[in-house]
Design a protein around this ligand. Structure first.
Ligand SMILES: NC(=O)c1ccc[n+]([C@@H]2O[C@H](COP(=O)([O-])OP(=O)(O)OC[C@H]3O[C@@H](n4cnc5c(N)ncnc54)[C@H](OP(=O)(O)O)[C@@H]3O)[C@@H](O)[C@H]2O)c1
Length: 313
């Protein structure tokens, strides 16, 4: 796979998001042995940016990643997140309390089997805690050698600047895909200007952009039932987006999902998409998207896609 850099460290241009392996999506399809194989094959393929969080599971996702990368720490760039706690199955809220963040980091290190985290991201800013207190606690984790670099998730440029005043922001992880293009207006250009990696989460639109979804047929406990865009009657209104993606994919002998990923890579050289899958064949398909170069006509057609119907959350 082609490479990109995070704080000067070379990583695969396409990363791997591990959330859906143990949380949020299709619980009955969970298969930890196969998922661990997916993680190891990803590393073999040069997919070295591995993303998880303590809230995924909770905790089971980091345990899975820790198990899968055992003995291969020098080959991976481990990205985990803290500052979210599960309140009911699959549903989480922020906790930016400094003591909580310190304890969370210790737990993450233990589950991942690491002495130091490559990247530790504040999963969400907690409106109940002054931001500078949360971020200051994370900066202390760098000073004490538990964490190499810090990131933020789902933030605007003001927040990034407030963070930068205390400790450098290495990466911003927010949703970016063909049906979620908001951050291309301000946050991505800000990251480009300040040499901050933009980690594009849900780059396949939580599966929607792969063209394999025609309606919400997910299990009742699948997290997608809580998202406006996956509501029956709303989801169908966005299928035109997928049709256009499918048309462009056909011209390249590619899949819609590959076009979706290639588009995120084309947004900026600082963008690293982290598609999630628990299936080896889909991993290979997703990784191959790094070699798909979209033409200027393709990019023009994709920027003319209709606005997405329905909010993200
Ligand atoms: N910071 C945050 O707040 C935040 C929020 C959400 C996600 N994330 C991170 O971003 C990562 C990726 O996001 P995501 O998992 O929400 O969404 P995604 O990567 O856009 O889509 C994942 C979904 O697409 C399916 N899929 C993957 N590859 C496919 C392919 N080639 N063909 C057909 N279907 C395919 C997966 O199913 P299978 O698993 O069955 O293949 C899964 O249901 C997460 O794992 C997590 O690390 C972060």
């Amino acid at each position: 796979v082609k490479t990109r850099t995070v704080d000067g460290v070379e990583v695969g241009a396409i990363g791997l998001g591990c959330m859906g392996m143990t949380w949020a999506y299709q619980p009955s399809e969970r298969d930890d042995a196969r998922s661990a194989e997916v993680i190891r094959e990803a590393i073999d393929l040069g997919v070295t940016f591995i993303d998880t969080s303590d809230v995924y599971g909770p905790f089971t996702n980091e345990e899975l990643v820790g198990h899968a990368i055992a003995g291969r720490h020098d080959e991976v760039f481990v990205s985990t997140k803290g500052g979210m706690v599960e309140i009911s199955p699959g549903e989480a809220r922020p906790n930016g309390d400094p003591d909580h963040l310190r304890r969370s980091c210790e737990g993450s290190l233990q589950r991942l089997g690491l002495d130091v985290l490559d990247l530790y991201t504040l999963h969400r800013v907690d409106p109940a805690v002054p931001f500078e207190e949360s971020w200051g606690a994370l900066a202390d984790l760098v000073t004490s050698g538990k964490v190499r670099r810090l990131g933020l998730s789902e933030v605007d440029t003001d927040l990034i600047q407030r963070a930068q005043a205390i400790h450098p922001v290495t990466a911003v992880q927010s949703e970016l895909s063909l049906w979620t293009r908001e951050f291309t207006a301000d946050v991505v250009p800000y990251c480009d200007a300040h040499d901050i990696a933009f980690i594009a989460y849900s780059p396949l639109g939580r599966g929607f952009l792969t063209g394999t979804v025609q309606g919400n047929t997910y299990e009742p406990t699948d997290r997608r039932w809580s998202y406006p865009r996956f509501q029956p009657g709303v989801l169908e209104q966005n299928l035109g987006i997928v049709e256009e993606v499918r048309r462009i994919a056909a011209a390249h002998d590619a899949t819609p999902g590959q076009v979706a990923l290639a588009w995120t890579l084309a947004v900026s050289p600082n963008v690293i998409p982290i598609p999630g899958t628990k299936r080896p064949e889909r991993l290979r398909e997703n990784v191959a998207a790094a070699d798909l170069i979209l033409t200027s006509d393709d990019l023009a057609a994709l920027s003319a896609l209709p606005d997405t119907v329905g909010d993200r959350y």
